[in-house]
Write a new protein. Sequence first.
Length: 419
Amino acid sequence: MKKFPVILSYTLFILLSGITYAQDYLNAYINIGIANSPQLKSIEYEISSTKEKISSEAALNDMELSLSVLPEPMMNVNGEQVATVSLMQMFPWPGTLASSAKEMKCMTESKTFLLQQTKAELQYKIETSYYDMVLVQYETLLIQQRLTLLSNIEKNFLSKYVSQMPDAKSKSAVPNLINIQLQQEELSLQLEILKDNLATAKRKFNILLHRNETEEILLADSVIEYPFTIYNYENILNKNPELGMLNAQKQAGMHGVEMQKRMSYPMIGVGVEYMINKQTDNPKMEDMNGKNMFMAMFKVSMPVFRKKYNSAINSAKFKTRSIEQQYEQKTDNIKNEIISLEQNYINLKKKLVLYTKQTSLLQEKINILNTAYTASQSSVTDILETEEKLLDYKLKTATTVTEINKTTAKLKTFISEEL
């Protein structure tokens, strides 16, 4: 009894080690896919581009410099004016530039959430593709084991019956031998197809990782259920990248409305003008003759045509309201999808319990039939039929575990986490 905890601990260690190694393979491919993805790199460049626009949105328009030259000098109190140089800076209504910069900052945040969402979708594709390949590999292993078993049964069968002198018993057993050979042919073809499918899946997986399609793919030795942390609605909705993206777009829209309002107010221009004069023979003011002169300038725009400004404000408001409705609809869609996934997860777990129990019972039955066959108390047909059922339930169990992993992978796409 004292050895039991030690054995149990060792068994758990082996099981957890297998899960760890399998996760290491999968996590490595996820990291490779994220690092190589052209789509993610494109979005990252978009984010950098949008960030650069923030400072430009907060900057004033360029100053206006103008130079006027008079072909014929014009008389004024300072003599004859020959040229004019003016410099003007227009200032928007206070708060306009700040609102514009905030809008662009929110758009940058929106693209950041888009990047997280795209990463999550890519991770989901990598995970599901990996799980499918492991399942195909496991099915290949099951069929190989089945073929080995059939081969052993065939050899035993031949040595026990065919090698004997022909009698009624041996002749009646010939159909069983033919059934074995038929199953071998069918399974051999199935095995060949599975191997081809696995090779194709590996090529497509490498393309998904954006690397050479002939790169080696390391797969877990068996189909295992990966651990998953259950999140409640509040956590999912707070961390969902799609909702975060829409919320950032809504904030950008609100700042856009404020910017459009302020753009409908007058703009103020401040500048200076420098008049270049030359002396004249008959000055009106002797002491000012030929002196150049500075003049302060002040300009105000008059936005009297309100229709275009009101239209721009209303357009920004409608766009913001549209995003608000999209947010509400997306929230409902996510809730519905999560409910469906959770129910599917529960159903799959129930099936897994059933298939695991049935697999265990069928294995016990196989052991009993093998023992009875040795004592000539069971037929080859019974063993073959039971072995076929066992293979079917092993495959059902592996398929169910794969579907559980896919379901949890899909649930993870609703949560914005740094990958």
